[in-house]
Design a protein around this ligand. Structure first.
Ligand code: DGL
Length: 225
């Protein structure tokens, strides 16, 4: 069984995508409401939270853990060895998808405060021109019910004001660097298009693809044994 944890609604996007990709995937999702939001937290706190969550998932029967959250994935290199062996972070796979998508080598990232401060995406996107924009407020809006289905014109204007700095460098690809943000993927996509940004990289979808792969690997090991 694969375990995943996230601070709330973000992980639900990942779970939904996993079920769309392959409904047989056996998973357990820990919605860590207790420690949400992760974005404003410090590095040491996030290390403690991540290690505790991995322990809890292992206790629930998980054999591998996906750190489905971008913010928590930024502290993966700081986790103790035994946790790093069991857990899979999502920053590098997301960066790889963005590198495959960009033609201009200009990539934008919208993410929480911790993710932007860590520059984890910029580091993983070496060789590209990366603009990072802190949009942690979007997490709060999404947690309070805002989505593509409920968004009004006024909300869309507000979101545009929040994310517009990321378009300064004219990226052709935009990373939704927080798993909450796919709840507003269509809205953000519409705004991005106005600024000439065509491709949107969905972090929750990349997480879901990783989970499916990890699940297949686990099954192969079991079938070979
Ligand atoms: N969904 C999380 C992420 O992918 C973080 C949201 C939060 O708790 O601040 O970064």
């Amino acid at each position: 069984m694969i375990g995943l944890f996230d601070s709330g609604k973000g992980g639900l996007n990942t779970v939904r995508y996993v079920k769309e990709l392959d409904e047989r995937v056996d998973l357990v999702y820990l919605i860590d409401r207790e420690n949400a939001p992760y974005g404003p937290r410090g590095e040491c706190e996030l290390v403690r939270i991540s290690e505790e969550n991995i322990d809890r998932l292992l206790d629930m029967g998980a054999e591998r853990v996906l750190i489905a959250c971008c913010t928590a994935s930024t502290v993966y290199p700081l986790l103790k060895d035994n946790y790093r062996k069991l857990a899979v972070p999502i920053i590098k796979p997301i960066a790889k998808a963005a590198k495959n998508s960009t033609r201009s080598g200009r990539i934008g990232v919208i993410a929480t405060k911790r993710t932007v401060t860590s520059h984890a995406f910029a580091k993983a996107l070496g060789g590209c021109l990366v603009s990072e924009c802190e949009t942690g407020e979007l997490v709060r809006l999404i947690d309070s019910g805002l989505s593509d289905k409920t968004v009004t014109r006024g909300d869309e204007k507000l979101i545009e004001r929040m994310i517009v700095p990321v378009f300064k460098t004219s990226p052709d690809t935009l990373i939704l660097g927080c798993t909450h943000f796919p709840a507003l993927k269509k809205t953000i996509g519409r705004i991005a298009k106005k600024y000439g940004t065509e491709s949107i990289i969905d972090s929750a979808l990349i997480g879901a693809e990783l989970i499916r792969r990890e699940y297949e690997k686990l099954n192969e090991i079991k079938n070979d044994a």
